[in-house]
Design a protein around this ligand. Sequence first.
Ligand code: 3PG
Length: 307
Amino acid sequence: MNILVATEKPFAAVAVDGIRKVADAAGYQLTLLEKYTSKQELLEAVAQADALIVRSDIVDAEVIEAGKGRLKVIVRAGAGYDNIDLAAATAAGMVVENTPGQNSNAVAELVFGMAVMAARNMYAGTSGFELKGKKLGIQAFGQVGRNVARIAGGFGMEVSAVDPYCPDTVMTEAGVTPVHDVAQLYRDNRFVSIHIPATPETIKSIGYDLIASMPKNGVLINTARKEVIDEDGLLKALTERTDLKYVADIRPANADVLLEQCAGRVFFTPKKMGAQTAEANINAGIAAANQSVAYLRDGIDRFKVNK
Ligand code: 3PG
């Protein structure tokens, strides 16, 4: 059996060592395709693989077609699997899995790196404000949202969250106030941190109305997906409300315009780096390797996301 790790954005070397140990212990081959620059390289490697481990790498119908006949399982080493064509994988009889929770602390810590940066005026040296005592609204109380709430407690923030898929008791047990209306979350919180996945329902769901309704000096933090933002609405809201800030781990399509027109109030990482820590790479990479072996050897598909 051959496990292919195809990561345009590679794991830390220590994580790759861990993945290799899992493959070795199972008596499987490990093929590494890191920092690939052409889709052709991916297609050729996938044709020789029984399991495919990826990060945000695009696994579209063409990649799945290349794997037909041999590829049995695709594991997204991470949470969001919007980069994988689930329908094509299902039609090809392939199992798709993710590794929920394995990189969530890393993303949650970056939220606070960004929150402090925004509160201190992007480290321009001018007088900013503190997180202590401020209200934080968490949009989606999944694994990342829960870690954000935990860390927010240390900063002394007042935390609420909205998540139609999460029981109120999970929030209240974490000291978080449940909110049942997204509009209220944006209206009431100085900081809002976005943790929704990109799905047909959420794409472009955060636009002018929500953003412009934020309180004075509001900070919107996006470490989720750029697709959930209506970028025209974001620009309009930030242009009208010169007190608002937007900090994101994903560069929007209109980043250059935003950086020019809202200079000092927007920040984007050069490349998505929320999950780029040794710990998150080790956790997600090794979990993905274990899940690949579990499926290939024993047919276990506990984290299957396609039906
Ligand atoms: C995820 O969905 O797990 C995060 O967005 C991390 O993505 P990455 O593996 O591409 O860094």
